[in-house]
Design a protein around this ligand. Sequence first.
Ligand SMILES: CC(C)(COP(=O)(O)OP(=O)(O)OC[C@H]1O[C@@H](n2cnc3c(N)ncnc32)[C@H](O)[C@@H]1OP(=O)(O)O)[C@@H](O)C(=O)NCCC(=O)NCCS
Length: 168
Amino acid sequence: MRGTDLDAVIALDAAAIDHNHTLVPLISAPAVERCASRRYWAGMRRRRDSRAFVAADGKALLGMLCVDVRNARNRRMKIRRWVYLHSLYVEPRARGRRIAQRLIRHALAWAQRHGAGGATLEMAANNDAARALYGRFGFAVQEVMMARRLRQSALSARGADPGAKVVR
Ligand SMILES: CC(C)(COP(=O)(O)OP(=O)(O)OC[C@H]1O[C@@H](n2cnc3c(N)ncnc32)[C@H](O)[C@@H]1OP(=O)(O)O)[C@@H](O)C(=O)NCCC(=O)NCCS
């Protein structure tokens, strides 16, 4: 990412956050995520275990993908070192030109060169484009997170379900 304008990267990540919010409005809070994103990118140049891959047309940033290297703390973990992919975003006007495909290919090659034995990522379950894209690279669903809202007022006013016990 050398030479790339940090503000442009942060702007692209903000667009990625907003897009993700349209897919998972129940669990994401764009304003909070944008703050975390600004902190993340501000520390990016100091981190040796992260890399950002960008696609640019002159000075205009068209897409990006970020990779964090993670190491297992437990010796028994099957994979001792893996990468976590995040912040994949391609500007709407540049989509369908295999930019994401190229970013992923570069990121995975970089990960292999740095000794990673696996790669993980998270995505909205209904992000069909990303699912098809990552599927082409051999990614498969391993875990599913489910979510629902809980009404606070009704439960706290009447107390907990008498049939349920709380173990302390
Ligand atoms: C998903 C996204 C990154 C794809 O970027 P892109 O550069 O247009 O993708 P590519 O041109 O490299 O597409 C490669 C493959 O991905 C899949 N794909 C991409 N867009 C797709 C779509 N809208 N619907 C279904 N499959 C799609 C296809 O398999 C495609 O191959 P094909 O063109 O031979 O069919 C882009 O749409 C985007 O930025 N979306 C918003 C952010 C986002 O969802 N990020 C992923 C978070 S996990």
